[in-house]
Design a protein around this ligand. Structure first.
Ligand SMILES: [Zn+2]
Length: 263
């Protein structure tokens, strides 16, 4: 299995980061994508990817961190993205639920980073909360105006929890859909139909560690070794074997991040 979205650089892992990564491997998680949220965290993500063979990194500004992002920062991200273990620009996006940064600022930071991803020919990791209308418009413009990623996955919608027709629009634009442990929360029953409808070649899994722990660990820290619990939930909803979900989502994650190197 591949955990396509974790924040291993964050403080909750400071005391036992190596043990967390070893536990993940023992649980069958062969690779972890650790995701940057600003320059500092992206730098840390790269350092982790250098130090652990099962870790790959992404670089980007999270919408919560959009305040103060300047066009000149794109050159810094571009420099970092040249690193051979950086596989995507992310996480980037819009969060009109928490609104920790002004909307205009979020939209500008996202626009710049989409342009950067296009220039660097890298997939993107998209965070979207209560901003689907703007996101669909922006991504539609982005995907129709450039052909650089033609034939290659353009990116992934992380922690998807929207409607079936929204998922369909992302799929039509060439995006993958990622689910985390929240699909096992009682409040996520309405997602079952969406989860069943995602084509098997577009589905990936994530933990979003240290956030969004599985139902059985709620209120505690999440970590990549819990990924099999999410695969278990998918197995029940999609009525396929855990081996099938594990194999397909692993292949998809490798395709998405263009990671062909053998482990
Ligand atoms: Zn995240």
């Amino acid at each position: 299995m591949i955990d396509t979205h974790a924040h291993l650089d964050m403080a909750p892992f400071n005391k036992d980061r190596t043990e967390v990564i070893v536990r993940a491997r023992d649980a069958g998680v062969s690779m972890i994508i650790t995701v940057g949220i600003d320059l500092e965290s992206s730098r840390k993500a790269i350092r982790l990817a250098e130090n652990y063979p099962e870790v790959l990194a992404t670089v980007g500004f999270h919408p919560h961190q959009a305040t103060g992002v300047k066009k000149a920062d794109m050159a810094k991200l571009a420099e970092m993205a040249k690193h051979p273990r950086v596989v995507a620009i992310g996480e980037i996006g819009l969060d009109f639920y928490r609104n920790r940064a002004p909307r205009e600022t979020q939209l500008q930071a996202l626009q710049w980073q989409l342009e950067l991803a296009e220039r660097l020919d890298l997939p993107v990791i998209i965070h979207c909360r209560r901003a689907e209308k703007d996101m669909l418009t922006l991504l539609h413009d982005w995907t129709s105006s450039h052909k650089r990623l033609n034939g290659q996955p353009r990116g992934v919608i992380h922690c998807f929890s929207g409607a079936l027709e929204t998922a369909q629009r992302y799929l039509d634009m060439g995006f993958f859909i990622s689910f985390g442990a929240y699909i096992g929360y009682p409040s996520s029953l309405n997602l079952r139909n969406v989860i069943r409808s995602i084509p098997q070649d577009r589905l990936v899994v994530e933990t979003d560690s240290p956030f969004l722990p599985p139902q059985s660990h709620r209120g505690k820290r999440n970590e990549p070794s819990y990924l099999p619990l999410t695969v278990g939930v998918l197995t029940k909803i999609r009525q396929v074997s855990p081996e099938t979900v594990a194999r397909e989502t692993t292949q998809n994650a490798r395709h998405l991040f263009r990671w062909t190197e053998s482990e």
